[in-house]
Each structure stands twice: as C-alpha cells, then as structure tokens.
Design a binder for this molecule. Structure first.
Ligand code: ADP
Ligand code: MG
Length: 392
C-alpha cells in the first residue's frame, strides 16, 4: 500500500499544552501583565506583585500567562535579575494549599520529603528556600477557584500575607491568580478579597472574527500549505464562537477535522470533515476536560459509565459505582482508594458538570447517593475514558 500523505505538517502545534509565540488579540493583555511586573523586575527584592486573570473557558487565560512567563523570564535575564516563573494548576493539586506549596518547593529541591509538614510550615520553608537561592518567584496559580472552593479564605489569606509577616526581609513571591469565575472572589472574606483585587486582567470572550484570526494562525503552524481552505477555518470559528468563544474547542475541532481528512485520504480538510469532527466530540463536554481528571476520577467515571451504558437505568448508586470502580482498578492494576476519597472524586465530577448527584431517601436502606450522566452518552464516555486511561 502506498504511504499515505497527511494534511498535517506538525500536529503538536494543536496540542492543548502548546504555547505559540504570537497570541493574536491578546497583545494588549500581555503588555498589561508585563507592565504590572515592571517594578518587580526593577527591584525584585523590594517589590512583589499580585494579579488576577479572569475569563471564560477557552478565553486564553492559561496560554496568556504562560506566554507572559516566557517573556518575563527573558526580560529578567536581560537585566541580570534572578527570577523564576512557575505555573501550577490548583485543580491538579486538588485545591490543596499544601500540595501547591509542595509543588513550588519541589521546583528547587526535587528530593524534598512529600510529607511531615503543615501548609504553614511549607510556606516558611518556601520563603527560606527562595532566600537561599536569592531568587524571586512569579507563581501562576491556575484554576485558583479550586483552592478557594476547597480551602476558603484562610488559605488564600495565608498565601497573600506570607511576606508581610516577614519584616525587613526581601520580597520573594509574586502571584498571578487565574479565576474562571470572578464570583469565586466574592466568596472570600473582605480582607482577603482586598489583597487580590487590585490588578485584574479580564479576558473578553472572543468574537468569531478573532477566533478566525487565532485559528488561521494555528493552521499555518500545524497544517501543510493549502490543505485547510478558508471556509473550513471560518466554519470552525463559527462553531467555536457558538461555544462561548472557546478557542480550545476550535483548536480541538481543527485537529479532529484534520484526522478525518487523513483517514479519508483527502488532500484537504473539507467542511464535511469539520462536521464529522463536531459530531464526534462528546456533546456538552470536551475531551480536554476529561483528560484533566485524575487517574482515579477517570476510573470512577469509567465504572459509572459501564453501569449506565446498558440503558436500563437512569442512575446508579454510589455503592454500585464503587464496585464498578474497584473492578476498573483491578484491570488497570492499581489499588482502589478509600470510600472517603471516592466521595471527593464524585464531588469533583459533579462540580465540573460531568455527572449530577442526588440523594435518594426512598431506598430500602435509607439514604443513598445516586449518580446521573446528564449530558454524555455512556458508551462514548466509556470509549473516551478507556483511550485516556491507556495513554497513562
Ligand atoms: P483558558 O485557560 O482560558 O481556558 P487556554 O489558555 O487553555 O484557555 O486557551 C485555549 C486554547 O486556545 C489553547 O490551545 C490556547 O493555546 C489557544 N488560544 C487561546 N487564545 C489564543 C490566542 N489569542 N492566540 C493563540 N492561541 C490561543
Ligand atoms: Mg486554563
């Protein structure tokens, strides 16, 4: 058989973690961020900064801050300033201040013990480590909502006040806090709010035209010349625009459409490829959202999906889901986690809208928790999860 041609030049340019060197329609925001930190670059020991970034899903919050990280480090090294940029996803740290701080310390001391300290102690240790290294850190805390939801004002207060309690010591820690929802800030107590709210970069939702520019840019990086017609990009932009201007959705769609073109041995990514790609994306839920779940959250969801795919029942109880989870753990050769942990996973899954939960009081044995899958066909969910779990 002939070696098939691909429409792609470099698929990695469509990866969710790829940080392009140009961010169309976020230039002003990027400059603003750099501006906020210009004093820190001038006197990193005297100044620390706190900035809040907000915007919808797919509005470019993560990529903007990562681009900012690259540029600010570049500026710092030109000036001979010792500065580090560290990007941490709070949700991946399960919204735990302890894990966030641990992650920061591990950047400098990879062998630091994983247990034995409280969050307060870790904060002190971190600042000491930064003193020893004589460095200033800009820590971006992505999906900060998760820390607020999990630990409330207290943790945020500790984090933002840490340096103020160290008198006559150099400033070491600046923060960029990324919120999906500015309402989360309102849940904080007033004094904590005031430590955060001074510098806000709000990312407006992209228009269709802006999405077209972003997607065209990405197309020329990822696809071979003349493989993606203008009307294809335009349709993808249209669809992303109707998904609340979610650029991530657009980029994923572009990638999937390219895959369909390759599968059909087509030299161009046609409108029909885009349509197929749309219908293959699980409605109401993006692959990226599933991918970002922890391994055990995926296993619990897999167990649930398997029970629901037969279609006889609208919901499963947590007890049933737990049994199916244990079977899934066995298949993937991992030890099942405790019931208490499962509660937490279920909480995460329901907070992200993947499942709905309901407490039933009519069961034979009193109250039990029921799990529904409101948006995603169980069969497709199972397929997707199997794929993700096998990847690692
Ligand atoms: P958020 O963190 O706000 O949910 P992301 O930063 O993850 O959104 O952006 C979603 C996707 O869209 C990523 O792949 C990102 O690279 C891309 N993207 C968003 N805005 C831009 C832009 N202005 N230019 C280029 N790519 C962008
Ligand atoms: Mg993000």
């Amino acid at each position: 058989m002939l070696q098939r041609q691909s429409v792609f030049k470099d698929e990695t340019k469509l990866d969710i973690n790829y940080v392009p060197s140009r961010l169309p329609h976020r230039e002003t925001e990027l400059r603003l961020l750099l501006e906020f930190f210009s004093f820190v670059l001038q006197s990193p020991r005297k100044m620390a900064q706190r900035v809040v970034i907000t915007g919808n899903v797919g509005a470019g919050k993560t990529v903007l801050s990562q681009r900012f990280g690259v540029e600010v480090i570049h500026d710092a090294s030109k000036r001979g300033v010792n500065l580090r940029y560290v990007h941490i996803n709070c949700r991946e740290c399960r919204g735990s201040l302890f894990l966030i701080l641990l992650h920061l310390i591990l950047v400098f001391h990879p062998n630091f013990p994983r247990r034995g300290y409280s969050a307060e102690e870790l904060l002190d240790i971190l600042l000491k480590v930064l003193d020893e290294e004589d460095t200033h850190v800009i820590a971006t805390l992505d999906e900060f909502d998760s820390l607020v939801e999990n630990e409330g004002s207290d943790a945020v207060y500790k984090l933002t006040r840490a340096q103020e309690t160290r008198q006559n010591k150099p400033q070491r820690l600046s923060l960029v806090c990324i919120f999906r929802n500015l309402k989360t800030v309102e849940q904080l107590d007033p004094s904590t709010q005031s430590t955060l709210q001074s510098n806000i970069v709000n990312l407006e939702t992209y228009s269709k035209q802006q999405l077209t520019d972003i997607l065209s840019d990405r197309t020329s990086l990822a696809f071979k010349p003349s493989t993606v017609p203008e009307n294809t990009v335009s349709l993808v932009a249209e669809l992303a625009s109707s998904e609340d201007g979610n650029a991530r959705f657009g980029i994923e769609l572009l990638w999937r459409a390219g895959k369909y073109a390759d599968a059909e041995d087509s030299a161009v990514v046609t409108l029909e490829c885009v349509r197929k790609a749309v219908s293959s994306i699980i409605p109401g839920m993006r692959r990226a959202d599933l991918a970002s779940l922890s391994f055990h959250e995926k296993l619990l969801l897999l167990g649930t999906a398997r029970l629901l795919k037969e279609g006889h029942k609208a919901s499963v109880s947590l007890v049933e889901a737990e049994q199916a989870y244990e079977i899934a753990c066995e298949e993937f050769a991992v030890k099942p986690n405790s019931h208490t942990q499962l509660w937490k996973y279920l909480h995460t899954l329901s907070r992200s809208g993947i499942v709905n939960t309901e407490v039933s009081t009519t069961g034979l044995r009193g109250r039990s928790t029921l799990i529904h899958l409101p948006r995603i066909p169980a069969r497709e969910l199972e397929k997707e999860l199997n794929m993700l779990l096998e990847k690692g």
